[in-house]
Design a protein around this ligand. Structure first.
Ligand code: ADP
Ligand code: MG
Ligand code: MG
Length: 319
């Protein structure tokens, strides 16, 4: 715990990342209850260890449906819907490929053989994730299929933390789940959320995003990756090829009311790229994106709810 100008910061390590909670009152018990809530949800969604309901679904692939709790069913249903969005690259059934690449988890990463990737691709059809609303069950139709909620679990959990804190009467708070920042209210002048400079070895920022009562989610290809044969392989996979997405982007940041939308859209937009992505957001007033491209452009899809201040002159900002 740390106190600075009336703001108390509490931290923990959960979901494999440092978690930070900023409150405007000294309330270690509230912080502890918040961290416990995060842990409970992590245990439902993780695919990295048992027991977890999503693991139960995966272990029963090709055998039988598994009845899951309501939050798990809802998140899977939402992930399946996102997987069917045209032009996006979200796929909840990407698990077998994620497990094979293991990017960001191991230190001896290597590019898997093409024939292995092709075989695993056949196990990633989102239509083969069968949901039974009445039974509340999920069935993976082929043996070897695996759901991976890694791209959206944090967003869902960030929203639940926001709801919990609001119910507790909190009117100003910042929740940082590592990649997912959620805010309640704002101190004077707004929350200044730093937008990291891709591949910077210091903590340099490209700019600052000022928001209130919004979620800010960043998906970057600069945090979890490895290099081989002079190429960079990062952790967002292209469900069409089985290889990491190869496009113009270094990162995508989405500003939205709900962090779950932020999570879904960062991944969708990664697949779409700047032009198609901005197009897709035209009739989504609640969702705004800031793209950082490899050629050092910072492009905002709109600036309705967002103020962005560029801090690094080697980038060019356009909206
Ligand atoms: P971060 O790990 O920085 O939060 P993301 O939110 O973009 O990054 O989530 C990346 C994770 O999503 C990967 O580690 C993997 O578990 C999963 N994933 C990778 N590719 C896809 C994809 N095409 N669709 C859905 N999930 C994916
Ligand atoms: Mg994420
Ligand atoms: Mg994401």
């Amino acid at each position: 715990m740390e106190q600075q100008e009336g703001v108390w910061s509490y931290s923990a390590v959960l979901m494999g990342s440092p978690i930070l909670l900023k409150l405007f009152s000294h309330d270690p018990s509230l912080a502890a209850r918040t961290f416990r809530l995060i842990k409970r949800y992590e245990d439902l969604f993780t695919v990295n260890r048992t027991p977890s309901q999503v693991m139960d679904v995966n272990l029963a692939a090709g055998q039988h449906p598994v009845v899951v709790s309501r939050p798990v069913f809802e998140l899977i249903a939402c992930a399946k819907a996102a997987s069917l969005v045209r032009g996006g690259c979200f796929n909840l059934a990407i698990g077998p490929l994620v497990k094979r690449w293991r990017i960001g988890f191991r230190h001896d990463n290597a590019v898997p053989p093409a024939d292995e990737l092709a075989a695993l691709l056949a196990l990633t059809d989102p239509q083969k994730v069968i949901l039974d609303e009445a039974a509340g069950s999920v069935y993976l139709a082929l043996p070897g299929m695996e759901i991976d909620l890694g791209a959206i679990a944090k967003g869902y959990i960030a929203d639940r933390v926001r709801d919990f804190l609001r119910r507790e009467g909190v009117t100003q708070a910042l929740i940082n789940l590592g990649g997912n920042v959620h805010t309640i209210g704002a101190p004077q002048g707004g929350w200044g959320i730093g937008l990291k400079k891709p591949f910077s070895t210091t903590d340099a920022l490209v700019g600052v995003i000022d928001v209130e009562d919004k979620s800010v989610v960043t998906s970057g290809t600069y945090e979890r990756y490895f290099e081989a044969n002079g190429k960079r392989y990062h952790h967002i996979l292209n469900p069409a090829t089985g290889y990491p997405l190869d496009n113009e982007l270094d990162s995508v940041t989405v500003i939205s009311t709900d962090s779950l939308d932020g999570d879904i859209w960062t991944t969708l937009l990664y697949g779409m790229g700047v032009e198609q992505g901005c197009q897709a957001l035209r009739n989504k007033p609640d969702i705004e994106a800031i793209f950082i491209t490899k050629d050092r452009r910072v492009v905002a899809s709109s600036t309705r709810n967002v103020r962005f201040t560029l801090m690094d002159d080697s980038y060019v900002f356009t909206d």
